[in-house]
Ligand binder design. Structure first.
Ligand SMILES: Cc1cc2nc3c(=O)[nH]c(=O)nc-3n(C[C@H](O)[C@H](O)[C@H](O)COP(=O)(O)OP(=O)(O)OC[C@H]3O[C@@H](n4cnc5c(N)ncnc54)[C@H](O)[C@@H]3O)c2cc1C
Length: 627
């Protein structure tokens, strides 16, 4: 931490008075709670890793407008100002980092540039200010547009920063925010769905259309997960196929209707997704709220979730949502893992499930994450950006946009190192663009138009059900009595692009893929509920499949159908007061009858889902490597 304490004391000309009490000793401000965010964006992706949502100055190299808020100052006098920040290029370079910013307090801009030194999330001391009792303005002034970040600001009467991280920081933060251990407010539902990607949306609406009162919790303000305008992945796979051709039809109600990744925001038609959810009177949407912990039901029997605690991403307000049934549609299996559900990460060995496409030995490699981007026709310069990566005339990518092939983090942990994985995605884009513009003099007529700050994940933890869907089920189109929605996408397994690995052996950032054709195999219902948490469903990319089978099940139209089946099954559970496993054991015919009908509204719907469908072996078309 920068040491300015001595300077503060000299400026004040007096010893810092001891604080009278905890409340009077400090003023805590979560950056994401700033009243006016200016050009800074709220980033919640790494709350589990570094403890909080934060503000990010994502200006693609152009400083963003100030974020401003007012604080109440309980006592006049000298205040020490601390800012929790992170020099995000530190994993790759010892240089002063690019994410520099300053803070102004009570109208005084403090001298130190923050966010450009250090190598982890830490409190940096900005200096001291004299403040009168009353209100004071805090202002974050971005200096670069290169992703400076602020978790929280702490004003203290003493020269003492809060704890650096871990449980001590969590406890301190909760105390400063006056958050009780258990939320005071508890809201009951019939079904709580966590994750508002395509899978979660379909699960929530399918259940609501069975008469269940549903809470849908999403930690981003917009719905759709990777298909939102924040990530910009187009929907893939086929709907309305296989044993239950009514499944998937509901997606026509909200799905976008044009092909393409990394296109302008309007291509993803987020307003249709919002209208789809808002139009369901029994679905209550919590966005942006993040599920942060669970309370388990007491008793010695099977594990059951009693409630999930959700936190409003900007205000930090917490409430508990109770229900007899929950669905994990987080993609990461986060809800399940918090509840102690059995899960799996990485690639299985070839022997474990008899999969020819698997590795000989199990490992922790997964499909990578993508920060997609594009430039647009607008003449402009770009700052020098060089933080230790070996870009050269040979290794540089001579392109004006990057979509799914720009992929990072295959060898890193998608749940514990995701900030680093996302940051590497940003680093390579800026470094490459800088090299093209400044060293090679290319594209003077172009400027960066969009660089995602929400990184698109393909794979992390998978929750284990009573059955694990595997390559053989797809290869042999194995009949399962509890078969539900069908796969249609190839087994699409990515690997680092050798042409890129040659120059960036430690951390490649480009990927290629192999496509293996599939039959429209029906995924068993037993893959859609946890094998050891009695009231937990899952839908989307965290269902019970092997890494190889995920290569096919992970596309979003298929994920949506998994959500639809979960919503229908929740209806059966609700009608009989039973847990998900009982639907398989005793009420399968009821679920099958519901799947015959599907959850779409009755009547004509736009026929808009014929792009990026990949192909199935029973279909006459040639296989298309479309992703
Ligand atoms: C670059 C790229 C290209 C791809 N190409 C294609 C393609 O062409 N077609 C295709 O269909 N698929 C494609 N995929 C795969 C596909 O996008 C994912 O497999 C799919 O998004 C999974 O859907 P999901 O609903 O399970 O999860 P997600 O889309 O990841 O949605 C999960 C949602 O849950 C929210 N969430 C997570 N944790 C919490 C929590 N604790 N509390 C509250 N909310 C939470 C997230 O913010 C998100 O909104 C691609 C993926 C990438 C990254």
């Amino acid at each position: 931490m920068m040491k300015l304490a001595l300077l503060c004391a000299v400026l004040a000309g007096a010893a810092v008075p001891a604080a009278a009490g905890k409340a009077a000793s400090g003023i805590w401000v979560e950056a994401e709670a700033f009243a006016a965010k200016g050009g800074w964006v709220v980033d919640q992706q790494f709350m589990d890793e570094m403890g909080s949502a934060y503000l990010l100055a994502h200006g693609m190299g152009v400083p963003v407008a100030d974020a401003v808020t007012q604080v109440t100052v309980p006592a006049g006098g000298q205040w020490h100002v601390y800012v929790r920040t992170y020099n995000w290029t530190a994993p790759w370079s010892d240089k002063r980092g690019p994410g520099a910013f300053r803070i102004a307090v009570g109208g005084k801009t403090l001298e130190p540039e923050l966010g450009a030194t250090g190598s982890r999330w830490e409190w940096q001391e900005a200096g001291c200010v004299q403040l009168p009792r009353g209100t004071a303005e805090l202002r974050l002034r971005d200096l670069t547009g290169f992703d400076g970040r602020v978790d929280a600001v702490y004003l203290s009467r003493k020269a003492a920063a809060p704890p650096a991280d871990g449980e001590a920081l969590t406890a301190f933060r909760r105390r400063m925010l006056a958050l009780p251990d258990d939320p005071a407010e508890v809201r009951p539902y019939d079904f709580v769905v966590v994750g508002g990607g395509i899978a979660g949306m379909c699960a929530a609406v399918a259940a609501a259309r069975q008469g269940l009162r549903v809470a849908l919790v999403n930690d981003r303000p917009v719905l759709g997960g990777n298909n939102s305008a924040e990530v910009r992945v187009h929907l893939g796979g086929q709907i309305e196929l296989g044993r239950y051709p009514a499944l998937g039809r509901m997606q026509r109600e909200f799905a976008h209707s044009t092909f393409g990744n990394a296109r302008p925001a309007e291509s993803y038609e987020d307003e249709k997704k919002q209208a789809f959810i808002s139009g369901e009177p029994l679905v209550e949407l919590y966005a942006p709220w993040r599920a942060v912990s669970v309370r388990m039901a007491p008793g010695a029997g099977e594990r059951r979730i009693a409630s999930v605690v959700v936190r409003q991403v900007e205000s930090s307000r917490e409430i508990a949502l109770t229900a007899p049934l929950f669905a994990d549609c987080t993609g990461d299996g986060s809800l399940g893992v918090m509840a102690g559900a059995d899960s799996r990460y990485g690639r299985e060995s070839r022997e474990e499930y008899g999969e020819s496409l698997a590795q000989e030995k199990a490992d922790s490699t997964v499909l990578g994450a993508s920060v997609q981007w594009y430039s647009e026709e607008r003449p402009g310069t770009f700052p020098e950006f060089d933080y230790g990566l070996p870009f050269s005339d040979e290794s540089v990518q001579r392109v004006t946009m990057g979509e799914w092939t720009w992929e990072t983090g295959m060898q890193h942990d998608m749940t514990r190192e995701f900030e680093r994985i996302r940051d590497y995605g940003l680093l390579v884009i800026y470094s490459n663009w800088s090299y093209l513009k400044n060293r090679l003099g290319l594209y003077p007529e172009r400027s960066l138009g969009w660089v995602a700050f929400v990184s698109g994940k393909r794979e992390s933890r998978r929750l284990l059900g009573d059955y694990v869907f595997k390559q053989d089920d797809i290869d042999k189109n194995v009949f399962h009595e509890d078969g539900t929605f069908s796969v249609s996408w190839t087994i699409d397994l990515h690997f680092p692009d050798p042409a890129n690995t040659k120059y960036f052996p430690d951390e490649p950032f480009k990927a290629r893929t192999r496509h293996t054709p599939v039959y429209p195999a029906a995924v068993p219902y037993r893959c859609l509920y946890s094998r050891n948490v009695g009231n937990l469903f899952m839908a989307g990319r965290d269902i019970s499949v092997t890494h190889v089978a995920l290569g096919s099940t992970r596309v979003m139209r298929t994920c949506g159908m998994s959500g639809e089946v979960v919503g229908l099954a929740a209806g059966v559970c609700h009608a009989h007061g039973v847990a998900p496993r009982e639907v398989y054991r005793s009420y399968l015919s009821e679920l099958q009858a519901l799947m015959e009908k599907g959850a779409a509204v009755e009547g004509p719907l736009p026929d808009n889902q014929h792009f990026n469908t990949s192909s199935v072996l029973s279909a006459p078309r040639l296989l298309k490597a479309a992703e």
